[in-house]
Design a binder for this molecule. Structure first.
Ligand code: CP
Ligand code: NVA
Length: 313
């Protein structure tokens, strides 16, 4: 597989390989300082980013390469140059492209026309590199035997909810997503993708609307912001009202397993999707999770440029 365009494109053995290498880069960030020697990696973002940008730039630097950061307006794409032409030009200068934007179809198109690996650094519908960091964190806490454990996401049915379902399916996990019904439920297409993968992996996929049922006996409670980048401000009041019962509070955490953890991809809004008591409390793994953004992006870059990712098909 040339690119990492969608979470669903990863096989279980790809994920295991990336997590193993990510764990090595956590131990020794400078294990492979010549992997990208004399090479550049373009990072193109039309949305804001703290972690993904920092993780990507440091990952490239630790592999001996030079990152080139391009903000949305920097490229001629905003003035009508085609995605295909842009992909060809970037391929002439860089060894890989990490892209964060709105439409998944734009990332797919970049991948189709670029001769270099293209990595999805978040779209409106997916966030594959985040899930790699999440699952390395989960593996560090619970080990590789996750049988009998329940991995629950509660909140908006957004890109993170989709990626949570898909990666959980790949990992053969019991994954649960609880969102308000209707407008803020996960996309049917994302649920379908996860269920199809689950048929082979043995994963159990549950899409619910009751946060307490979802939290009961869970090993992980995960949440994300309620207003994502690109969400219309005109819907804020209605959306926050619908999501209010889905806030992660100490009461909700008390329904989980004694050894449970709290996770959040960040940025967080304390007092909105999660209480300060939970996110800053002893069960919260948010800093380790954020740390692994670099280790896992370093690992995926390392293996993609070497042609070592097989893909799910
Ligand atoms: N979790 C995450 O993707 O963070 P940024 O938006 O800061 O990159
Ligand atoms: N759902 C959020 C994730 C941020 C990392 C967003 O898309 O803004």
């Amino acid at each position: 597989m040339k690119d990492l365009l969608r979470t669903e494109h990863l096989s279980r053995s790809d994920v295991d390989l990336i997590l193993d290498t990510g764990a090595e880069f956590a131990q020794n960030p400078f294990r492979s300082t010549d992997a990208l020697a004399n090479q550049t990696v373009a990072i193109y973002m039309t949305k804001a980013s703290t972690r993904t940008r920092l993780a990507s730039e440091t990952a490239v630097a630790h592999l001996g390469g030079t990152p080139i950061f391009l903000r949305g307006d920097d490229l001629q794409i905003g003035r009508g140059e085609t995605i295909a032409d842009t992909a060809k030009i970037i391929s002439g200068f860089a060894s890989a492209l990490i892209v964060r934007t709105f439409a998944q179809s734009d990332v797919d198109e970049l991948g189709a026309h670029a001769q270099i690996p293209v990595l999805n650094g978040l779209t409106d519908s997916d966030h594959p590199t985040q899930l790699l960091a999440d699952w390395l964190t989960i593996r560090e806490v619970f080990g590789s035997d996750i049988s009998g454990r329940k991995f629950t996401y509660i909140g908006d049915g957004n890109n993170m909810a989709h990626a949570w379902l898909t990666m959980g399916a790949i990992m053969g996990a019991h994954v649960v997503v609880a969102t308000p019904p209707g407008k803020w439920a996960p996309d049917d297409s994302a649920i379908k993708v996860a269920k199809k993968i689950a048929e082979k992996s043995g994963a159990k996929i549950e899409v619910l609307t009751d946060p307490e049922v979802a939290a009961k006996s869970a090993s992980v409670l995960y949440t994300d912001v309620w207003m994502s980048m690109g969400d219309p401000e005109s819907l804020r009041v209605e959306k926050l009202k619908a999501l209010a019962p889905y806030a992660i509070t100490s009461e909700l955490m008390s329904l989980t397993e004694p050894d449970s953890i709290f996770m959040h991809c960040l940025p967080a809004h304390r007092g909105e999707e999660v209480s300060a008591e939970v996110i800053d409390g002893p069960k919260s793994l948010i800093w380790r999770e954020a740390f692994h953004r670099r280790t896992t992006i370093q690992a995926i870059l390392y293996h993609l440029v070497r042609g070592e990712i097989q893909g799910s098909k």
